[in-house]
Design a binder for this molecule. Structure first.
Ligand code: NAD
Length: 261
């Protein structure tokens, strides 16, 4: 189905070089938006921007570390200089780490919280004033099913993703009087580099191959498969569309029924 919901709009995506962020960038490009691709992996980010341009829109690749407020402010200024507006922010940049509670070094906790939680805070902080000025727009923060439920040896990841849900609600309250929305999406296991890397580490620790570990995680879910990144991007695009103007402050599970089961 070809929709054109974002013609003449501008979408800014963090974590655009890979996985869910890349799928979101391509989805908004397919639907006519110009795209600001933000990531600290400059080479892969350029590839995403080229992929977006192949759909007939303009795209910029901007090297950003989401833990650095000055990087984000520079990216916002560059985007406004190019197109004069920002309609959508998707905050997808993130990492995974974990381990038994007693063994997690403080530096590991802090690095993940810096990227997955403070990075989302800083991205929202950089973009929200422009949505308020425009009196329109959408922020979609990528949380996780780990923000709503938990499992062992995942303290910093779960804490960061629950934090994103709380942050999302507060930003939604601030934006609501201006007609702008802020929601979180909570994906289940989605086939990206992040999950493949985790499988490569945790599988052998559990005495199985990476492929067997991935299959076991797929079987955990009522749908008996993982999500493809474009299936998350479709819900993100809905949350940026006119069809969801009255929907704000929500954390939507896109997890094949995993949490409800
Ligand atoms: N894949 C899953 O199963 C899954 C499930 C739930 C939630 N998520 C969340 O979705 C988001 C995207 O994950 P993904 O699976 O696409 O992973 P991914 O590894 O494919 O992509 C993450 C991207 O974020 C970028 N990034 C990391 N740290 C950054 C930083 N400091 N500054 C700028 N960019 C940075 C990476 O370079 C990479 O391009 C993450 O927030 C992740 O926690 C993923």
């Amino acid at each position: 189905m070809k929709l054109n919901r974002f013609t003449n709009q501008v979408a800014m995506i963090t974590g655009a070089a890979s996985g869910i962020g890349q799928a979101c960038a391509v989805r908004f490009a397919q639907e006519g938006a110009n795209i600001a691709c933000l990531d600290f992996d400059a080479a892969r980010n350029k590839e995403t921007a080229a992929l977006c341009r192949s759909h007939g829109v303009e795209a910029l690749a901007i090297k950003v570390d989401v833990t650095q407020p000055e990087d984000l402010h520079r990216a916002v200024e560059t985007t406004l200089a190019a197109w004069g507006r920002i309609d959508v922010l998707v905050a997808s940049a993130g990492i995974y780490s974990g381990g038994p509670l007693a063994e997690v070094p403080l530096s590991q906790w802090q690095r993940l919280i810096d990227i997955n939680l403070t990075g989302v805070f800083l991205s929202n902080q950089a973009v929200a004033p422009h949505l308020i000025k425009q009196r329109s727009g959408s922020i979609i923060n990528i949380s996780s099913m780990a923000g709503k439920t938990s499992w062992p040896a995942s303290a910093e990841y779960s804490a960061s993703k629950s934090g994103v849900i709380g942050l999302t609600r507060s930003v939604a309250m601030e934006l609501a009087p201006y007609g702008a929305t802020c929601n979180a999406v909570c994906p289940g296991n989605t086939l990206t580099d992040m999950v493949r890397n985790v499988a490569g580490i945790v599988g052998p620790q559990d005495g199985v191959s990476a492929e067997e570990w991935l299959q076991a995680r797929a079987n955990d879910c009522p749908m008996k498969r993982m999500a493809e990144p474009w299936e998350i991007a479709g819900v993100v695009a809905f949350l940026a569309s006119e069809d969801s103007r009255y929907l704000t402050g929500q954390a939507i599970e896109v997890d094949g029924g995993m949490i409800m089961s």
